[in-house]
Design a protein around this ligand. Structure first.
Ligand SMILES: O=P(O)(O)OC[C@H]1O[C@H](O[C@H]2O[C@H](CO)[C@@H](O)[C@H](O)[C@H]2O)[C@H](O)[C@@H](O)[C@@H]1O
Ligand SMILES: O=c1ccn([C@@H]2O[C@H](COP(=O)(O)OP(=O)(O)O)[C@@H](O)[C@H]2O)c(=O)[nH]1
Length: 941
């Protein structure tokens, strides 16, 4: 067969090949291409990845059909790579993705597969020892193994625990060698660690909690006492996993950590190598933050997971719960993208797992499976068969299922000899007491019901306490009439997927718990039930058994389509692709994060200068950070920001230094600045610079004359409405702006209300006004477009220069603040490297490194040192109540060769405080660092 077959896929020709290559594909698909013409959006990148995956799969499919003679002509070294496990053998060779172009030239598209290190507590095989250095490997059972066995697109190695204690070196070496053939790498855990980490912390604490069973109740004191040692063992075990990963890691590898056993792993890995690409996926539900809050180690676990680049869950609900836990418990910012902490974004998303459906569908044709099917059909001839396949775990709701079946038999005597329930209950975690109790409980119920409804020749429930092999399982899935999945909570539940995959001919009915993740994907075709409602489950059994063929067909068709298109391969490829994209995005984003302020340099330049200007923001710069988590009732009274007590002394020293001018530039109202700074010798600029005073003088306004404030009343109405409806929110009416603040309210409710409030504003009072709506972290502010700190600064400077009678140009500027983006124009105002827009005719002559103004409105900066009268001539005053109005016009005459600002590039320090992204040159993490900085400056006169 020729491979140019267009029905199968679009094969590369010279043109689209060129396109792939210019995009850096596929050879360097996962490396950042610094010379990309334009940065594609995430969607574009993901779509491109998806296309490439389809494309590469297509090439593989085409190749599988190549005549051997065609295959032979490819170079043999391309054939050596091996791929991930297949069903029985675990390993199979992988072929290269190759093709011919239109001109018959051979193209090799098998980009070397990306190396993937899968790290999970359990390896896909469990080891059984047969002698000092002899091991037998058996497949492990569980959804995680099933899901990951379907992953074939990568050059994968699996790192995990082999489920056995191997204390001796000979045994360890022999096991490592046996596993190596299966591309598995063991992590050796000693018995005590396993007991405390796996049986204890993982399966007795995290597992029940994540499935809403809560923390152990019975022996509360013992659990409380052992909690810390179990958590210590958990961390130790995670570190052991990290050590093995580090040993095998190669640059560029993707490290994919799995499940609740390894929540600490992302942190361990990133601490050692921050460049490692780390993803973490949870196979269980992530519960509501109200449940997660109960965990004594709640903070540490969340923080460790957030060290990953990408965090994945089966469903949107679990992802939502996780984000909510991070906002409520850690006080971090949840965004549609994920969770942000100090500028670092951890992407959070849903990636519903699937199965390798083809494996199941093909297996049905195998003679062994056909034989099993025949035996089963004969064995249960004349009866309908219902199937349950679960690990014997309390989350699976096996007792509830059996009780519902009992109720059905009770209420439907006509069905008593006509239906049977086959329940496969695979023993699991048998060392944990809760699981041992469950086994006896289930046996007891089954015995009672069989005694009640059984006869000499038949029983209604066939209960098996063991696992089945793959062929037996497929046969069971194929011949049964109804599958009954009644999990009380379940991350996904792959049994339901497998059942659907095997029912193409019989079109059996799936009864599925609404508390399984699978309900979100198979809910349309399944009968959804609340497993706690035994009556509902019993009647659903009746409905399923009596369902007409056409309805069964429709329902099955719906689900079958989903199962064959949402496969394990697709799941893994999407996750890894998203992880790669996330890394690219993070690198693009870090470009917007300024570097930390080099405090020593800032201090050094300060001490070398003669006329310094310090511009300090107030809120979150000179105040204590708001502790959103430890909100105490008393704090609600502290709406007004307060200067940090530890800043009083350094600030006083700075203000009293004749070589230093301090300007507090804040959005706050005048009275707030008066209350905090009246005793200092400095300048106050309130309401974003619209009001100005030196503390020895009166307030004056720098407001532009034509500033319209007609909108205030209508915006006030909207703010009042939302304040009434949002507990602990508050609004403030300033003279030039209105601000609604919800920093003490419930974060999520506050954010919802803010969204709603914006809608009201945009569609109502401000729709035609020349206003800006500025969204802060926990606030919404409305102000006139003309009101910004950068717009006010030239007028302020003019007044300061004049008032102080400065004889020397300002040769050092430090401008620090937790400013809104709108106000960051203050940083650019002083930026020496910006091109000048001042007309050449009026531009003064300045040394080359010295800044020149960027706009005519910055005229005050360019005042001739000795002609302060120029300011005088262009200034007018008027008095309105207690406010002195200061009007500075731009009609200032310049003289060549001098300036009030003689600022070299390295004497200018713009610095954002506690902002994730900023246009400032530098950043400080919090006001604590501001304290350090100001103390240092104060000590250098
Ligand atoms: O290895 P064990 O401790 O005996 O437990 C077996 C596995 O159980 C859990 O599986 C989950 O993963 C499935 C696939 O994503 C999902 O469908 C199911 O709902 C989950 O319960 C556990 O998360 C795994 O770590 C265990 O290996
Ligand atoms: O005798 C058995 C019973 C179950 N399974 C497999 O165990 C997995 C169970 O996954 P599921 O997601 O339903 O639940 P989990 O056990 O992971 O909680 C499925 O892939 C089953 O095919 C198996 O291999 N042999």
């Amino acid at each position: 067969m020729s491979i140019s077959s267009q029905e199968i896929c679009i094969l590369p020709n010279k043109n689209n090949l060129a396109l792939l290559q210019t995009n850096g594909m596929p050879g360097n698909l996962y490396n950042i291409c610094s010379n990309l013409p334009a940065t594609p959006t995430r969607l574009e990148r993901l779509l491109r990845d998806r296309e490439l995956r389809k494309y590469s799969k297509c090439l593989n499919d085409c190749e599988a059909e190549l005549p051997s003679s065609t295959q032979d002509c490819f170079s043999p070294d391309l054939e050596t790579s091996t791929c991930w496990f297949n069903d029985e053998e675990l390993l199979e060779p992988v072929s290269a993705s190759r093709s011919l172009n239109d001109d018959g030239e051979r193209l090799d598209f098998r980009a070397s597969k990306q190396r993937l290190l899968v790290v999970a507590n359990r390896l896909p095989v469990s080891a059984v020892r047969h002698g000092e250095d002899s091991w037998q490997l058996e497949m492990s059972v569980g959804g995680l193994v099933t899901a990951l066995l379907g992953v074939k697109e990568f050059d994968t190695r699996w790192i995990g625990w082999a489920g056995v204690n191997v204390p001796d070196e000979i045994g360890q070496k022999a096991l490592a060698k046996a596993l190596d053939e299966k591309r598995c790498i063991p992590v050796f855990l000693d018995e005590e660690v396993v007991h405390q980490y796996y049986n204890g912390y993982c399966n007795n604490i995290l597992w029940p909690l994540f499935h809403y069973i809560g923390l152990p109740q019975e022996d509360r004191l013992a659990t409380t006492r052992s909690f810390q040692s179990q958590f210590d063992a958990y961390k130790k075990a995670n570190q052991l996993f990290a050590d093995v990963v580090n040993e095998h890691y190669e640059e560029g590898d993707v490290v994919w950590c799995h499940d609740y056993h390894l929540m600490f792993l992302p942190k361990c890995l990133k601490e050692r190598n921050s460049k490692m690409k780390v993803g973490w996926f949870l196979h269980t539900p992530f519960p509501s933050s109200e449940i997660h809050r109960m965990l004594p180690s709640r903070l540490e676990l969340l923080r460790s997971v957030l060290a990953a680049d990408l965090v994945g869950f089966h469903t949107y609900d679990y992802a939502r719960h996780f984000v909510s836990a991070c906002t409520r418990i850690l006080g971090l910012e949840g965004t549609p993208e994920g969770v942000e902490d100090q500028g670092k974004l951890t992407r959070i998303a849903a990636f519903p797992v699937g199965i390798d459906s083809e494996r199941f569908i093909k297996a049905l044709e195998l003679p062994e499976v056909q034989d099993h099917m025949k035996v089963l059909k004969q064995r249960f001839a004349g009866r309908k068969v219902m199937l349950g396949v679960d690990r014997l775990d309390m989350i699976k709701g096996i007792p509830q299922k059996i009780l519902a079946f009992e109720k059905f038999l009770e209420e439907n005597p006509n069905w008593r000899n006509k239906v049977v329930l086959l329940q496969i209950a695979v023993p699991t975690r048998t060392d944990v007491p809760e699981y041992q109790k469950l086994t006896s409980q289930v046996h007891e119920i089954v015995g009672r019901i069989n005694g009640r409804f059984g006869s000499l020749t038949a029983v209604p429930i066939h209960h098996l306490d063991r696992s089945l092999d793959f062929h037996e399982l497929c046969a069971l899935y194929a011949v049964t009439d109804v599958a009954l999945v009644t999990s009380l909570r379940d991350g996904m539940n792959l049994v339901s997927y497998e059942y659907v995959a095997c029912q193409e001919s019989k079109k059996g009915v799936l009864i599925l718990s609404e508390f399984a993740g699978a309900a979100q994907s198979l809910g349309a075709g399944a009968i959804l039930v609340n497993p706690w409602n035994v009556t509902e489950v019993a009647s659903s059994i009746g409905y399923a058994l009596n369902m007409p063929a056409d309805e069964r067909e429709k329902r099955h068709h719906h689900n079958f389509k989903h199962v064959i298109s949402h496969t394990a391969q697709e799941w893994a490829a999407t996750f890894v692709s998203e992880l790669n994209v996330t890394i690219v995005e993070a690198q693009l984003r870090t470009r917007q994060i300024p570097p930390p302020l080099p405090i020593e340099v800032a201090v050094d330049r300060y001490s070398c200068s003669n006329n310094r200007l310090l511009i300090l923001g107030f809120n979150a710069t000179l105040t204590e950070p708001v502790d959103t988590l430890g909100r105490k009732d008393s704090q609600i009274n502290e709406w007004e920001p307060k200067l940090r007590p530890d800043l009083q002394e350094p600030l006083r020293k700075l203000c009293d230094d004749p070589k230093t001018t301090v300007l507090i530039l804040s959005g706050s109202a005048r009275n707030v600045l008066d209350d905090n700074f009246s005793d200092y010798n400095l300048w106050l600029a309130a309401e974003n610079g619209m009001f100005l005073r030196v503390t020895t003088g009166d307030w004056m306004t720098t407001m532009p004359e034509n500033l319209s404030m007609e909108w205030v009343d209508s915006v006030k109405n909207v703010f009042e409405y939302f304040t009434d409806r949002t507990p602990r929110s508050q609004f403030e009416v300033r003279e030039t702006s209105l601000i609604w603040n919800y920093k003490y309210s419930d974060v999520e409710f506050g954010r919802l209300q803010a969204r709603d409030l914006l809608q009201h504003l945009w569609t109502g009072p401000i729709s035609n006004a020349s206003l800006d709506v500025v969204q802060g972290r926990r606030s919404v502010e409305v102000r006139s477009v003309a009101v910004t700190k950068g717009a006010a600064i030239d007028r302020i400077l003019g007044e300061i220069v004049h008032n102080k009678g400065m004889k020397e140009p300002i040769d050092y500027v430090l401008c620090i603040g937790h400013f809104l983006t709108k106000d960051e124009d203050i940083y650019t105002f002083f930026e020496p490297e910006l091109p000048s827009e001042v007309p050449a005719s009026v531009r003064p002559q300045v040394p080359t490194q010295v800044r020149t103004s960027t706009a005519g409105s910055r005229a005050a900066l360019l005042l001739k040192r000795n002609s302060m009268s120029a300011v005088e001539q262009n200034k007018s005053y008027s008095i309105d109540g207690d406010t002195l109005h200061l009007m500075v016009t731009d009609r200032i005459s310049f003289q060549e060769g001098s300036s009030v600002l003689d600022l070299q590039a390295n004497d200018y320090f713009s610095c954002s405080v506690a902002r994730k992204r900023s246009n400032s040159r530098y950043r400080l993490q919090s006001s604590d660092e501001v304290v350090t900085l100001l103390r240092e400056l104060a000590d250098h006169r």
